[in-house]
Write a protein that binds this ligand. Structure first.
Ligand code: ATP
Ligand code: MG
Length: 565
């Protein structure tokens, strides 16, 4: 195994090892990934998916996909569909274990009745505001609700009426009877059910009371026989409540384990903020390639293998931290370098006429598909008298370190010939065309006399080129931590130049055979992929990531800083 394939042991795997040693769950390992269908999944969810499904795979256990659909007002069918698609695409299989929290609503309600009967829950008439006020603070104990001591009979009746729809939203709630002086605020008689007349996307109008997250989650885990319920750190101080509910009911009791959520620089990961960007049309939908959503990254050209590898390499920890976006890009680049076929494409074309090349001659030049993968073979690229090169590969008055084409200078046309520029043709001061000659003896790009050139540039034959629209992406935000800026809205830090659309690009004909989501490298330019929204007439290409690896530089700097401190 190489370093990428090795799963590092971490505190969660240590816990599981120990549980297996002591036979805590009869040798079972059963995890789940429990998204709420109120948005598209993002790279943070990918970390959780890789962790939960990954652990199940490693230990020969099982992992369920479970929709935590307990909040009907924010949830939609579209989100459910996209989540299923994304988990599949990431390469994980829940087999026949796709569950919905709403499947357990009847069971949850029965459990609630049991709690009331045992004197461990009561119906409260206080408003949400009052409940809040009575809860107290970290430094002040709470006060009992005046309804806390109503009889079991009365609470049972009221609960029935709540379920039957006899109360308005917010009029009554069911609360656990725990301890209003508990140092942990979550334990101060938390709400279990709220009244909410809303249509649920799966249960329709059957329910007008809905379970609260803390109540529902542990029950879902318990019903499904989960062994290790892995969640993010913000639930750490909900764990006593998770345990209390399951103990109070005397049901099967999984173990909740918290880990640090993934944060990425220059990225927001909150579904609320992502929704705001989508609804406010700051981006073009949930799968906009600038978003950290899984569907956005897929459209951008990230492979699922690269994302899985990234998740594996960042590992899991117990303290929150920020991962550099460059590290994700590094993983993407590393994967594409091995797998992406190479092509030539010109983003900002400049016409070049090769004066000593016959008018109707076409030669098929042999090009290497992927130097990193000898098995990928070669292809033919047509060469002719008129070609396009990149505008930025020519300068009329080149400064010192500019080694590309300039008047009187010879460079290599990749896979073709040495070319020398004779003249730049101008129109109104603007360069519109170059007149050049090639050395016919350098066919294939090498001179028999051994002379060298200082640079190699890419090109496309005008007659054979395909038109393409290329979309270049930059970071969506201008600051490292857009969600964490004091007294400022994260949208103030949107990068106005995050998308640049180039409409008149010219690419080699082989690109015409590619399908949506196919990934490739444009030589010298970076990695790209075909956008799903292409038509026969319009080839749209997204830039995935550049060729230069900035991560190596950052890591070096980090190591230096460590040495300094
Ligand atoms: P919200 O609660 O704001 O709706 P969420 O990001 O918690 O959003 P869920 O659908 O509840 O969304 O998340 C599903 C699972 O993914 C949870 O177990 C959650 O802990 C995990 N998860 C969410 N965000 C991250 C993240 N940034 N890093 C790691 N895991 C995450
Ligand atoms: Mg959540």
């Amino acid at each position: 195994m190489n370093s990428e394939d090795t799963v590092k042991k971490d505190f969660i795997r240590d816990i599981i090892d120990e549980d297996l040693r002591t036979n805590k769950y009869d040798g079972r390992v059963h995890t789940r990934f429990p998204p709420e269908p109120n948005g598209y999944l993002h790279i943070g969810h990918a970390k959780s998916i890789c962790l939960n499904f990954g652990i199940a795979e490693e230990y020969g256990g099982l992992c369920n996909l479970r929709f935590d659909d307990t909040n009907p007002t924010k949830e939609e069918e579209e989100y459910t569909r996209s989540i299923i698609e994304d988990v599949c695409w990431l390469g994980f299989d829940w087999e026949d274990r796709l569950f919905y929290a709403s499947d357990y609503f009847d069971q949850m309600y029965k459990y609630a009745i049991q709690l009331v009967k045992d004197g461990k829950a009561y119906v409260d008439d206080l408003s949400a505001e009052k409940i809040n006020e009575y809860r107290g603070t970290l430094t002040q104990t709470g006060r009992n609700s005046p309804y806390r001591d109503r009889s079991v009979e009365e609470s049972l009746n009221l609960l029935e009426q709540m379920k039957a729809g006899e109360f308005a939203d917010g009029e009554k709630v069911l609360r656990a009877k725990i301890d209003m002086a508990h140092p942990n605020l979550n334990m101060r008689d938390p709400v279990i059910y709220r009244t909410l007349h809303a249509t649920h996307h799966r249960t329709g109008d059957k329910w007008c009371i809905y379970p609260m997250y803390d109540w529902a989650h542990g029950l879902e885990d318990s019903v499904e026989g989960i062994t290790h319920s892995i969640c993010t750190l913000e639930f750490e101080n909900h764990r006593p409540l998770y345990d209390w509910f399951l103990d109070a009911l005397g049901v099967y009791h999984p173990q909740q384990i918290e880990f640090a959520r993934l944060n990425l620089t220059y990225t927001i990961m909150s579904k609320r903020m992502l929704l705001e960007l989508v609804e406010g049309r700051y981006v073009n939908g949930w799968d906009d390639p600038r978003l950290p959503t899984i569907s956005g990254m897929r459209r951008r050209g990230y492979s699922s293998a690269a994302i899985r590898n990234f998740c594996k390499r960042i590992g899991v920890a117990k303290v929150n931290s920020m991962v550099d976006l460059e590290f994700l890009e590094h993983c993407v680049r590393e994967d594409l370098n091995k797998t992406a076929p190479r092509f030539m494409g010109v983003l900002r074309p400049l016409r070049v006429v090769i004066e000593n090349y016959p008018e109707d001659k076409v030669e098929e030049m042999e090009a290497i598909n992927n130097p990193e993968d000898p098995g990928a073979g070669t292809r033919k690229v047509p060469f002719s008298r008129v070609i396009y090169i990149e505008q930025e590969d020519f300068m009329e008055e080149p400064p010192k370190k500019f080694y590309r084409l300039a008047p009187g200078r010879e460079v290599r046309l990749r896979y073709a010939y040495f070319v020398t520029c004779k003249e730049a043709v101008k129109d109104d001061g603007r360069i519109v065309e170059l007149r050049c000659t090639i050395d016919p003896a350098t066919r294939g790009g090498y001179a028999p006399d051994g002379r060298k050139v200082k640079s190699t540039i890419h090109w496309v034959s005008v007659e054979h080129a395909i038109d393409a629209e290329v979309r270049l992406y930059d970071r969506l935000f201008t600051v490292n931590d857009p969600a964490g800026q004091k007294n400022a809205d994260f949208k103030e830090f949107l990068n106005p130049n995050s998308l640049e659309v180039l409409k008149s690009c010219k690419v080699e004909p082989a690109l015409g055979n590619l399908k949506p989501f196919d990934r490739f490298q444009f030589e010298r330019l970076g990695y790209f992929c075909v956008d799903p929204d292409i038509t026969k007439e319009n080839l749209v290409i997204n830039k995935t990531v550049g060729l230069r690896d900035t991560w190596a530089k950052i890591r070096k700097q980090q190591q230096m800083n460590k040495l300094d401190s």
